[in-house]
Every structure is written in C-alpha cells, then in structure tokens.
Design a protein around this ligand. Structure first.
Ligand SMILES: [Zn+2]
Length: 64
C-alpha cells in the first residue's frame, strides 16, 4: 500500500542513468527552477560542465 510513497524519492541520474534516492544523495543541481540529482560529484561535474560548454563531446559518466 505504501509502495508508491516508498518510490517517491527515486530519481534518475541524467548523466549515467543510475536510479538514486534524492533524499539520500548529496549531489544536486538546480537549473531554471528544475532540480537534478546525481549519484556522484563526477556525474554532477559532467552535467554542470555540459551546461556551460555546450557542443563539447560528452564524457562517459561515473559508471561506464
Ligand atoms: Zn552517475
């Protein structure tokens, strides 16, 4: 019955695609009012770097 509530904190790391809990991760980034969550500082750096240097080749992410 509380499965829905349990899944509420689950979000996808936009860099590596890993499922993480936004209530547990300490790596987050707000862009234009939207909050993104990451599994590691490395993934966050890649995401933030992509926002700043668009057109550059993407790095692999943390878990590839
Ligand atoms: Zn990641």
């Amino acid at each position: 019955m509380f499965n829905l509530f349990k899944n509420e904190g689950k979000v996808k790391d936009p860099v590596c695609g890993m499922k993480i809990d936004k209530n547990k991760t300490q790596f987050s980034f707000v862009d234009k009012g939207e909050t993104f969550y990451f599994c590691s500082q490395n993934c966050k750096d890649i995401f933030v770097g992509d926002n700043k240097k668009q057109g550059q080749e993407k790095k692999g992410g943390c878990c590839s």
